[in-house]
Design a protein around this ligand. Structure first.
Ligand code: SF4
Length: 339
């Protein structure tokens, strides 16, 4: 009896100690981040803090969307310890949200590499928001079981609710239904309490479609609707792996698509202008990509020169970031949902 009491007390004290350590660490990290932010503002009121970063750790993909603007130019992926080091540097520089993207992020090591980074960002770096963009074809229930708790938002790309249109665009893998993958993930997001987001690229193949009903049915927390974008050396030009011309639409066509879907309250539109420079994009070598000239110019890697130096070459337009609603309710702990 006495022994059991001692055992219970000891495990209670250990648990309490661990929780205190976690809070202390979390507080320390947040405090350090706010110091970094304050210091950057003092040094130069125009200093940019990388609040939200998109890390495209792989360029490999099993889909072949004709307008893809982050193509398989290399097959390089950093070793996981280096990727974690880069993420830590970014967190120390003020990053509070990270989005993992590709290529297709679930391809490399069957999603384990991605899952471990997601876990690291939540458990070790205490980021407010950890999100993923995927085409959905390789996501499994097991992945949600192992890593869902650390993920705030999963965004799935879908351009049409007509399977044939997705196939024409290249938004599909042989022998698999893209729409089945989409609906499966929607259900898992609910089951494992991960916010679900939908991304759509408006192009010549889907510009006339009415998706209101299907989108309302899926109930995404955010439906991001992009105008198809051209980028030199990615989907335009002699050396590009894709040719975007047949997919491009005019601003008027984009506006009429938006008008048709104005009843969807979660729709967030993004024109070419808003898209170009309002993202921090980090490539597979952890270099910021500057898109101001219409092609992606890489900075030196943050692993070689540090975040502050690399940021000078990012071409980031902070005003546009806030104008397009880049800072939103991005943490599932703030979502206050009944799952
Ligand atoms: S799903 Fe399509 S757009 Fe996304 S990375 Fe793959 S090929 Fe590119």
């Amino acid at each position: 009896m006495v022994l059991r009491l001692m055992d219970n007390s000891l495990s209670f004290i250990l648990r309490l100690w661990r929780v205190t350590q976690i809070f202390a660490r979390k507080f320390r990290l947040r405090f350090n981040r706010s110091l970094t932010f304050g210091k950057a503002q003092e040094e130069s009121p125009k200093s940019v803090v990388p609040l939200s970063v998109n890390y495209h750790f792989t360029r490999q993909c099993n889909y072949s969307c004709g307008f893809c603007f982050h193509t398989a130019l290399t097959s390089f992926v950093l070793p996981i310890e280096k990727a974690k080091l880069g993420l830590k540097l970014l967190s120390d520089a003020g990053m509070i949200k990270v989005n993992f993207s590709g290529g297709e992020p679930f391809l490399h090591q069957r999603g384990i590499f991605l899952g471990e980074l997601v876990k690291y960002c939540k458990e070790e770096l205490y980021l407010d928001s950890v999100t993923v963009v995927t085409n959905g074809s390789r996501v499994t229930r097991k992945w949600f079981e192992d890593y869902g708790t650390y993920l705030d938002i999963m965004a799935v790309s879908c351009d049409s609710f007509d399977e044939e249109v997705n196939e024409k665009i290249g938004r599909h893998a042989k022998g698999k239904s893209h729409l089945d993958s989409l609906r499966r993930i929607r259900a898992w997001c609910r089951e494992y309490q991960v916010l679900f987001k939908l991304n759509t690229v408006v192009n010549t193949y889907n510009v006339g479609e009415n998706m209101c009903e299907q989108v309302q049915e899926l109930q995404p927390c955010r439906w991001k609707v992009f105008q198809c974008l051209s980028i030199d050396e990615e989907n335009q030009g002699q050396n590009a792996l894709r040719q975007v011309e047949p997919f491009l639409i005019t601003s008027d066509q984009f506006q009429s698509f938006l008008k048709r879907h104005e009843s969807v309250s979660t729709l967030v539109p993004e024109s070419n202008l808003a898209m170009r420079n309002s993202y921090f994009i980090l490539d597979e070598f952890m270099r910021f990509l500057d898109n101001t000239s219409g092609c992606k110019k890489p900075s030196p890697s943050i692993l070689d020169v540090g975040v502050k130096e690399a940021l000078k070459f990012s071409g980031f337009d902070e005003q546009m970031f806030f104008k397009r609603g880049g800072k939103y309710n991005w943490s599932k702990s703030d979502a206050n949902l009944e799952w």
